[in-house]
Every structure is written in structure tokens, then in C-alpha cells.
Design a protein around this ligand. Sequence first.
Ligand SMILES: Nc1nc2c(c(=O)[nH]1)N[C@H]1C(S)=C(S)[C@@H](COP(=O)(O)O)O[C@H]1N2
Ligand SMILES: [Mo]
Length: 263
Amino acid sequence: MNGNRINISQRRLHFTRRKLLIGGSVTSGLLLTGCEKIGGSATGTSILDTGEKLTYNVQRSLSSRMALAPEFRPDQMSPRFRSNGNTMPASADYATQLAQNFVNWVLRVDGLVDTPLDLSLADLREMPTRSQITAHNCVEGWTAIAKWTGVPLSFILQRANVRSSAKYIVFHCADDFGGTAYYESIDMLDAFHPQTILAWGINDQPLPVKNGAPLRLRVERQLGYKQAKYVMRVEAVDSLKSIGQGKGGFWEDDIDYEWYAGI
Ligand SMILES: Nc1nc2c(c(=O)[nH]1)N[C@H]1C(S)=C(S)[C@@H](COP(=O)(O)O)O[C@H]1N2
Ligand SMILES: [Mo]
């Protein structure tokens, strides 16, 4: 199927990018050796002296964290976007919100902010909107491309006057596994990344329950389990220690998934 072929090449692209990044440092080493051989003088090596290499490495690490995830054309979208993990929160409160079509639902934004917010779905839809067609990679071995629409997290954090003491943003979700609430967290670089949005739409439709209604995180440089569904509360914190078991997310606590799941 056409969708599958795109998915496979997308995965290759990720692996190639990783190799390239690793290859980068190897190449600069080789270049240095080449200079020494050809130049045979101290002047040759000084072109890549410590200062130069530092600037290069700092530049590289910054650009790899803030670089945009690949975006795709509409004709590359997967025919359907599957669902994984919880597909319907079990809580009575969620059932009530769903029955009311989320008209009385509010997103709480609090923690290390000067202006805590309670935002309705209507409030969120009126905020600046970003749409992006991106690939979702689940560690269980599937990839799908969908169009996500929502409000940049940076806009909400700025409106809440997030304090400079905040180091992480925690997403508290409505669902649980055996009584343990799902949550996730990201650092401030990811929180202010231009593709990090709180999405209320998928493929030009309101987010269905199976994909996280009414609101889910999209943090496009990271793996599937970071894409918190059923987000009810956004909390700015300076440490993750006191949340859950302290490893920054449900799967991180439960089965030692990496907290930083950048791809
Ligand atoms: N609240 C919540 N968020 C979640 C999950 C979950 O079970 N609960 N599963 C995660 C995993 S492992 C993946 S791959 C994606 C799946 O998103 P989807 O159901 O929209 O495909 O959501 C992530 N976010
Ligand atoms: Mo996943």
C-alpha cells in the first residue's frame, strides 16, 4: 500500500539522520588528520583548533534540538491513523465531559506561572492555530502520517507568564493504567519548539476519543509515547522528582522508557 511505502522510507530517513549526526563528529576528526598530512604544519591544524570545534559542536547541538521535524504533503497522509494505549479514559468525570461534548471541559494551566489559566475548548480554538502533517513513530513498531491542528504550547505558556524557574512542562492526562495516571513531561526547549502544539484536531476533524479528545500534545521531534492524549492539566515545574515515580512519564516510571525520546 502506498501509505506503507512512505512509512518505511520515513523510518529510514530517521536512521540516516542519526547516522549522519554521529558521522559528523567522525568526519571532523578525519578532516583534521587530512590537514595534518597535507599541510604538514602547525598552521594546518590550527584551522580546526579547539575554539572552532567548540563553536561547531555547540551550533550543531542547538540546531539538532530546535530543527523542525519533517512535514509531509496531504497526499502522503496515512489512509487512517490508528490508536494505541488507552482508547477511552475510564474516569466518570471524563464520561461526563464527553457526554456534554466537552462544552464544560477546561484545561488547567498552573504550577510555576504568574497567571494560572482555565481554558475552554472554545478559548483554545480561538488562539493562534498551527497545522502540520507529521509522522508519528510508536516504539511498538508502527508509523503513521497525519495532519494535526492546535495551538502552539509556547503561546499558552507565554499567556500564563511562565516563570524563568520552570524547567519542565508536565502534561496530566485523564486516563490511567490500573489506577496509575498517565502523564508525560518535556523540557523548555521542546515546550517552546515551533511544532509543539496542543492539538484539538486531526485530519481536519475534531480529535476523536481514541486519539485523545478533546486535547493532546504533539511534540514532533519525539517518539509516540511522549504524545500525551486526554491532556487535562499543564503544569510548569522545576523538578520531576515529586511527580509519579519521578522519571518524567508513565512509561518512563513503569518500564524504563527513555525520558528523552528525540528522533
Ligand atoms: N494519555 C495517554 N497518552 C498516550 C498514550 C496513552 O495510553 N494515554 N499512549 C501513547 C502511545 S504509546 C502512543 S504510540 C500514542 C498513540 O496515539 P494514538 O492513540 O492517537 O495513535 O499516544 C501516546 N500517548
Ligand atoms: Mo507508542
